[in-house]
Write a protein that binds this ligand. Structure first.
Ligand code: GLN
Length: 309
């Protein structure tokens, strides 16, 4: 294990919160998830879980928020564990999309094979794969996360799931498109329902950093191996190239670390060998990534020198 050799982390995180907690309303909320609009703009939390087992937090790090697309990292890890033959990779590519997370256009151009597992189309395929063995995939994801955090904290916000489900025309369109191309085994409706419920999992920054730690520890989770060292490396690579959708290049430039965002305003970042970082601030930029969260991570990586480069 490696120890954190940057300036003392606790005071630094407090300073990051002071510098980046939004003083006034700015940015947007996701149009398709009405419940998320009610979260106060001034929420800001950050947590660092180190490979050595320490946890540092500041701000609203103990307030649960909707992890949304960050769930795609965990569903991918779960699906890869069951995919010894590599068959999943014939159903989803590993290329950055360069277009919006819920875009339909590329799906037709690529004949129903999504560009990567972190855009909605790709995540629907991954959820469909999980449902082959576990029809209630969302509950399996929740159990996985509860296991990694070592606490009963994470839960599904069923009201948020219902509110998103009644605004899911676009995700249903993606699922039907996938089905038409023969790239979905279950019904479009069942896959979207599971996908939306997995997106509606609520976690705190502290829990999320702990849950992501296996990716910083060559696949080793809090209670045993989650994925192999090679798979952990590959998931990190896909986070770096695809985790922030059409802002992946910008985020890699500013932060230099693999990350995955969600429209709930959370971002999970991995510093391989060192730690997992989670940040949460609910207002979003035009690409659907946390406005203040991205800025805070750029600042933190500059202050600490943490980077994969
Ligand atoms: N549930 C959201 C959706 O499908 C997740 C999107 C996101 O977090 N980028 O639109």
């Amino acid at each position: 294990t490696t120890t954190i050799d940057a300036p003392p982390l606790g005071p630094m995180l407090d300073d990051i919160v002071r510098s980046h907690r939004p003083p006034r309303e700015a940015g947007s909320v996701p149009a398709n998830i009405p419940s998320l609009a009610a979260v106060p703009f001034s929420r800001f939390g950050i947590a660092v879980a180190t490979a050595a087992g320490e946890i540092f937090t500041s701000g609203d790090a103990d307030v649960p928020f909707s992890i949304q697309s960050i769930s795609k990292v965990f569903t991918l890890a779960m699906a890869l564990r069951r995919d010894s033959s590599g068959a999943l990779w014939s159903r989803v590519l590993r290329e950055p999309s360069g277009s919006a997370f819920n875009s339909l256009v590329q799906l037709e151009v690529e004949h129903g094979i999504p560009r990567n597992p972190f855009i909605n189309a790709g995540a629907l395929v991954v959820t469909d794969r999980l449902m082959e063995e576990t029809p209630d995939a969302a509950t399996a994801v929740l159990r996985f996360l509860t296991g990694q955090t070592g606490e009963p904290g994470p839960f599904i916000d069923e009201a948020a799931a219902v509110s998103e489900l009644s605004n899911s025309s676009r995700n249903l369109a993606l699922a039907h498109f996938l089905k038409d191309f023969g790239n979905l085994r279950q019904s479009a409706e069942a896959v979207v329902e599971n996908y939306v419920r997995q997106c509606s999992i609520m976690m705190t920054c502290a829990e999320l950093a702990k849950a992501g730690l296996f990716l910083a520890r060559e696949g080793r989770g809090t209670s045993g191996t989650v994925v192999s060292r090679s798979e952990a490396k590959r998931i990190g690579s896909i986070m770096l190239t695809c985790g922030m959708y059409d802002a992946a290049g910008e985020f890699a430039y500013r932060v230099g670390l693999p990350g995955k965002s969600g429209v709930g305003g959370g971002i999970l970042v991995i510093v391989p060998g060192h730690c997992a970082i989670s940040v949460w601030s609910p207002r979003l930029d035009a690409k659907g990534n946390s406005l203040a969260g991205s800025a805070a991570l750029a600042d933190l990586s500059d202050r600490t020198g943490w980077s994969v480069f």
